[in-house]
Each structure stands twice: as C-alpha cells, then as structure tokens.
Design a protein around this ligand. Structure first.
Ligand code: ADP
Ligand code: MG
Length: 257
C-alpha cells in the first residue's frame, strides 16, 4: 500500500545544510496500523510530508498504491499536530469537514451523509454548526479527524495528532483512532515521539534514529487486537515491548552522538 524506498531529505538553507532524513526504507501493507516513533527533531514530520507529496525528497522514492508520489496522492489524508491551524476558524464545523469533499467533486447529498457520519463517529454529532474556536482542543482535533475520515482515505497519515491535548483526552482519542481504523480498514501511519503511545496503538512500531535518520528497528507488536487503556497498559507484554522500543531508541541516539 505504501513504500518508502531509500528516502533522503536534506534541507538546503543559506549556509545551513540539514540532512534531516539520511536513508529510510520501509513498507506498509494494506490495512495495517504502523506507528513511527523517534526523538524530537529526527525528521518525523519531514518523512510524513514526503509521503503526503507535500515535500519533494532529495533522493529516493515514495510509492502509494503502487504509484510514485510526485504530489498529494488520491485517497490519502493527513491529520497534523496543530489542529488550531488546520481548521478554518471562519467556517462552521460541518463546513470544515465538507471542504475536502467539495474539492473532490462529490454531490451535495453524498457530502452531507459522509460529513454527518464522520462527525457522529468522533462523537461530535451535535457540533455541526459550532465554530472551531468555540470548541476545546480535544474537540477541535476530533473535527480534524472527522474531516480526514469523511474523505474516506485509503491511507491516513497522522503527525503527533494528540501532542497538544490533555492526558485524559489523549487516551480517549487513542481509543477513538483504533476504533476508526478497525471500522474503516484504512492503512494508517501514526507518527509520535511517545513510546507508550506507539506501542499501545500500532501493530508494528518503526523506530527512527536521530538525524540523519535511519530505521533503527521495525518491531511487530503482538498484543491482542482488542485493546483498552487499562488492560493493555497493564499487560506484562506491553511493558516488555515498551522496554524494547525505549532501549532501541536510546541505542540509536548514542550511536549518533
Ligand atoms: P520531527 O518532526 O521529528 O520533530 P522535523 O521533520 O520537523 O522533525 O525536522 C527534522 C530536522 O529538519 C530538524 O533538525 C529541523 O530543524 C530540520 N528542518 C525541518 N524543516 C526544515 C526546513 N523547512 N528548513 C530547514 N530545516 C528544517
Ligand atoms: Mg514533527
């Protein structure tokens, strides 16, 4: 569904050259939920922007559904970290969700159904006519998630989407995203710097080293598919996997310094 092949991204500013991504390769199967975890500044956002066709790689290639990415691919949606900046403050919630559907040329009836379903599925069935700034941070991020799923993407990329919400909201949103994923069968790449979150959410965790970034390890998360905050997080296997990810990331950091 998604292949990243020998990706390198070097930012070339005036007199300042940053090799953000050194050499990254991995594949994601259709319907898989993959977490990508790595320290701050290791190039996670850069990687997602290259996959989303928003940034051209310096070398290497990205393929989505077998097609080389040269611009934003059809059937791919992104949820960014800064929900505050990704929603249009002058548009009501329903119109924010409607925007990409309209851009995709869907009929008004179809758009109405998809937007209502998506808002319902994130628990915002009542918030259609509110403005984003009237909502809490967690609710705004749910609007951004609704907008992404209303578009019915086959690939969904999320860039630290819960980094700016409180812990309780974050736990709720984590469970929301797992249930959305299970229901839609979408291929999901979830970027986070939070080791616990990466293990709790994913079927696989791809660990990145510090810049210039490489894949430090690619670990299968063999926790049961039915997960919940209490049972899963107190499962001894969860602790073991979290330890493995932590160790690997520490090692990758030391090798670089
Ligand atoms: P992360 O999302 O993992 O925190 P980023 O992808 O944002 O990492 O950044 C990776 C590295 O690339 C950092 O060193 C950052 O300073 C640098 N960087 C990111 N964007 C740019 C840019 N537009 N120009 C120059 N350097 C950049
Ligand atoms: Mg980032």
């Amino acid at each position: 569904m998604l292949t990243v092949d020998a990706l390198n991204k070097t930012y070339d500013g005036k007199g300042r050259r940053v090799e953000a991504i050194g050499d990254v390769s991995f594949s994601v199967a259709d319907g898989e939920f993959v977490s990508v975890v790595g320290p701050s500044g290791c190039g996670k956002t850069t990687l997602l922007r290259c996959i989303a066709g928003l940034l051209a790689p310096t070398s290497g290639e990205v393929f989505v559904e077998g097609k080389k990415v040269t611009g934003p691919p059809d059937g791919l949606a992104v949820v960014f970290q800064e929900y505050g900046r990704s929603l249009f403050p002058w548009l009501r919630v329903a119109d924010n969700v409607d925007l990409p559907l309209r851009a995709a040329g869907m009929s008004k009836t179809e758009r109405g159904v998809l937007a209502a379903e998506a808002l319902e599925s994130v628990g915002l069935g009542d918030a259609h006519s509110a403005y984003p700034w009237q909502l809490s941070g967690g609710m705004q991020q749910r609007v951004a998630i609704a907008r992404a799923i209303a578009y019915q993407p086959r690939v969904l990329l999320m860039d630290e989407p819960f980094a700016a919400v409180d812990a309780q909201t974050r736990a709720d949103l984590e469970d929301l995203i797992r249930s959305v994923w299970q229901r839609l069968g979408v291929t999901l790449v979830f970027v986070t710097h939070d080791i616990d979150e990466s293990v709790y959410l994913g079927q696989r965790v791809i660990m990145l080293s510090s810049s210039p970034t490489t894949v430090a390890e690619d670990l299968r998360i063999d926790l049961p598919a039915e997960r919940d905050q209490l049972t899963t997080r107190s499962d001894p296997r969860f602790t073991e996997l979290r330890g493995q990810v932590y160790e690997q990331i520490q090692k990758a950091k030391q090798e670089r310094s």
